[in-house]
Every structure is written in structure tokens, then in C-alpha cells.
Ligand binder design. Structure first.
Ligand code: AMP
Ligand code: GLY
Length: 434
């Protein structure tokens, strides 16, 4: 079995690690833009190339007799890599361009949700010019403003510390218009959670719910990032969620997969990532991604008990219904070490020294290796994951490991701590009004 992984970040290191645990002893190949030492160490062979260079990736896949490819990031999906690999008869876990649009065009995604009456869609409008924009912002008052295209989660701003008043909202929206369409929508108030599912076109197999921490600094302050860290609880819920909340979120994802087929006649085969805001009226959709989250993949993939090669093959072949996809019942805490100044003014090319990480699992992200030394790139560098019976125990494992990773780095100590988790629970209680 020859498996190709596309991408070179922490998420892809977790994917490679899960493939490497397979009883089928697969040969792993990778295409990544920089040499991620974690992935390289698990591979039989790898190609250093841009992940969106479809021609190069396809030639490499052909030359290595790849049976199944797993596409990690969104950019190659938007470039049509899944389509090109499928054309060669290679199995692909990663949706084709027509349905991956749900992630890479936020305007398309919202219009699609509205057209197909998908539950949990906030009030929104899409603007291609200034006409009516300020009026809509004034009508909604409390808004979230998003560029329609891909920005790695960093182009979105919401009212609050990021946009203090209507004036700054108008200004930001106008500025974004220079680069394309802008989605203006209601600022959803509540607690965020993520549900990821394997999808084979028809069936969905759900992973435990995860909560990411988007803001750069402790106390949920500062600019949005790709995600500073994340946690899962033992079982499938987060401590502030009910069974009913999860049931509704899953139903939204099931309906979305069905509607995507109705809309495009292309089956969605890959990972569907639902990002939800749990509001007083239940879960609302912040966005869908067409791939695993980074860091969220690092929480759930280490818990996967089913052979991952079987899972990705079932996704690619449309046979997920026949597979029992199981996750172990532990809590996880994942924390990222990122370059100082990230995301706005990160330092680069500084050495990362990994000391004793105890029982944690380490995933390399945007780093590169040269002469056996690992260097930062300016983006998230290295993540550690603690796994234990409780979130609190998992947090200690992750934090101890992080304390032994040295370099010009910063991180959020608060992720997964009892104090922050309690704050989430109290916040949700207040939102629900009990
Ligand atoms: P996205 O790139 O859509 O994931 O947005 C990044 C972050 O912006 C999300 O994780 C949320 O914290 C926030 N966000 C996006 N849309 C909304 C919304 N409609 N209401 C509140 N927060 C939002
Ligand atoms: N951590 C959020 C994402 O991967 O989109």
C-alpha cells in the first residue's frame, strides 16, 4: 500500500503518524514545500515542491505508484489537486474543487447554505462593491467581516476588541473590498466548537468535538491566528456542550454533504470540518473547511483506534458505511509554540531545541531542517499533545513538554487549564440564561 500525504505542517505530521500506525505497513510518501523533520522521518521518500503545483504532485504520485492520497491543506484542494489525482485513478481523501468551494469561497458557502436551507446559517450579505454595505453594517450593528477568499483564518474581524465601532467596521470592509468580495454577517455570540468528520460522499464518521483557540494571546486577546492550541474532553462532547447541541451540529453536516451533491453532482469525499458557534439558539455555522483543522487534527488523530489506512481508503472508495470508525475515550490538550511576534511580526530562522517532552506527542509544523538543526519559518512551529483521562491531566503533560522546548518562541499557557475551561462553562451558562 503506497500512501501519499500532501502538506508539511503539524496537521500533516499527525496524518503521517496515523498512517504509520497502520497494521498494513504502508509505504508513506509526501509532498511538502519545506522539509518537516517529523514527516520526513516517517516517509520512504518525499518531494520538496509547492503543494499547489498540481503537475509536479501528479507526476510524483504516478512515479511512486500511489494507491491513496491524503490532502492536508486547503490550497491544493482549491487548485484542483483532488480532481487531477482522481483522474489518474488514484484514491483521494480530499474533496474535488467543486465541493471544496465550501471552504475556499465563503460567499459561495453562505449562498449555498441559504439556498439549501441548511440550519444554523447566520444573517449575512455578500458585497462586491460599497453599494448598500454601510447600510447593512448599520442594520446588523454587531458584525463579523470576512474576505470571501482563503486567508488562513486571519482576515476575519469581529466587533469587539478587533473592530471597536461601526466606523472601524465600515473602514475594514472597504479595505477588504480592494481584494475581492466581502461577506458581512451577524457576530455570533457564544462558545466555539469544531466537529470533524470523515465523509465518503454519503456517510459521515464523526470525530470527538474540539475547541480551538484562535486568538494569539492568553485571555483570548490579540489578532486571530491559525489556532494556538485546542482540546477535547473524554468522550465526544466538550464540557459546555449537551448531547442535543452535538446532535444538531452533526445533522447540519449531514444535510450539508447531501446538499453539496444536489448542488454540484460531485460527491464530497474527504474530511469535512464544521466550525460552530454554540449560541443561545443552538449551534450556528461559522464556516466549513474541506480538511482537518490544524491544530484540531492533532487532538483527534492520535485517538483514532480504527486503522487509518482503512479509513482513508473507505473515504476514497465510498465504503465508509461498512467501517466502524472508533476513537479512544481520552481527553487531549494540544499547544503550539510559535515564533515570538506571531502572527503579525514573527521572528524567523531561529533554532528550535526540543528537550524532554515526557509522555506528550510532538508534531512539527512550519519548520525546516538543515544540517540536523530545526529552524522556525515565521509561522506556527511545533505542537505538543497531552493525552489523559481528564483535560486537566492532559494539560499538565502538554505544558511540561512545552516548557522544555526552547527557542525564540511564545505560546498560550492558558489553553486547557481548569480556569479557562471553567470560564467557557460559565460563559455558556450565561448565554443559555441558566
Ligand atoms: P474563520 O476564518 O471563518 O474561521 O474565522 C476566524 C474566526 O473569526 C472564527 O474562529 C471566529 O472566532 C470568528 N468568526 C468568524 N465568523 C464569525 C461570526 N459570524 N460571528 C462571530 N465570530 C466569527
Ligand atoms: N484551526 C482552524 C483551522 O484549521 O481552520
Amino acid at each position: 500500500m503506497n500512501v501519499l500525504i500532501i502538506g508539511g505542517g503539524g496537521r500533516e505530521h499527525a496524518i503521517a503518524d496515523a498512517i504509520a500506525r497502520s497494521k498494513q505497513n504502508p509505504a508513506i510518501f509526501a509532498v511538502m514545500s519545506k522539509k518537516n523533520p517529523g514527516i520526513a522521518g516517517l516517509c520512504r521518500d518525499f518531494l520538496l515542491a509547492s503543494e499547489t503545483d498540481v503537475v509536479k504532485v501528479v507526476d510524483y504520485a504516478k512515479s511512486r505508484n500511489i494507491d491513496v492520497a491524503v490532502i492536508g491543506p486547503e490550497a491544493p484542494l482549491a487548485a484542483g489537486l483532488a480532481d487531477a489525482l482522481a483522474d489518474l485513478g488514484i484514491g483521494v481523501a480530499g474533496p474535488k474543487k467543486a465541493v471544496a468551494q465550501i471552504e475556499f469561497d465563503k460567499a459561495w458557502a453562505r449562498n449555498f447554505m441559504k439556498k439549501h436551507n441548511i440550519a444554523g446559517c447566520p444573517d449575512f450579505e455578500v458585497f462586491t462593491n460599497e453599494k448598500g454595505m454601510n447600510v447593512f453594517i448599520a442594520k446588523l450593528r454587531n458584525v463579523a467581516i470576512k474576505p470571501a477568499g482563503l486567508t488562513g483564518g486571519k482576515g476575519v474581524k469581529v466587533m469587539g476588541d478587533q473592530l471597536p465601532d461601526i466606523e472601524s467596521a465600515n473602514e475594514y470592509a472597504s479595505r477588504l473590498l480592494e481584494h475581492g468580495s466581502v461577506v458581512i454577517e451577524e457576530n455570533l455570540i457564544g462558545e466555539e466548537f469544531t466537529v470533524q468528520a470523515f465523509v465518503d460522499g454519503k456517510s459521515l464518521a464523526f470525530a470527538p468535538s474540539v475547541q480551538d483557540h484562535k486568538r494569539a494571546f492568553e485571555g483570548d486577546l490579540g489578532p486571530n491566528t491559525g489556532g494556538m492550541g485546542s482540546y477535547t474532553d473524554a468522550g465526544v462532547l466538550l464540557p459546555f456542550m449537551t448531547d442535543d447541541d452535538l446532535k444538531k451540529a452533526k445533522q447540519i453536516m449531514v444535510d450539508t454533504v447531501r446538499a453539496l451533491y444536489e448542488e454540484t453532482r460531485v460527491p464530497y469525499q474527504g474530511i469535512l470540518y464544521g466550525q460552530f458557534m454554540l449560541t443561545k439558539d443552538g449551534p450556528k455555522v461559522i464556516e466549513f473547511n474541506a480538511r482537518f483543522g490544524d491544530p484540531e487534527a492533532m487532538n483527534v488523530l492520535p485517538l483514532l483506534e480504527t486503522d487509518f489506512v482503512n479509513v482513508v481508503s473507505a473515504v476514497a472508495n465510498g465504503t465508509l458505511e461498512n467501517l466502524d470508525v472508533r476513537f479512544s475515550n481520552s481527553a487531549t490538550v494540544c499547544k503550539y509554540a510559535v515564533p515570538k511576534g506571531y502572527p503579525e511580526n514573527p521572528t524567523r530562522d531561529s533554532e528550535v531545541i526540543v528537550g524532554d517532552i515526557g509522555d506528550s506527542i510532538l508534531f512539527y509544523s512550519s519548520v525546516y531542517e538543515k544540517d540536523n538543526i530545526v529552524y522556525t519559518t515565521g509561522s506556527r512551529a511545533v505542537a505538543v499533545v497531552g493525552i489523559a483521562d481528564t483535560i486537566a491531566e492532559a494539560e499538565v503533560i502538554a505544558q511540561n513538554a512545552l516548557d522544555n522546548i526552547k527557542g525564540d518562541l511564545q505560546s498560550r499557557r492558558d489553553i486547557g487549564t481548569a480556569e479557562l475551561v471553567q470560564k467557557r462553562i460559565d460563559h455558556m451558562k450565561k448565554i443559555r440564561g441558566d
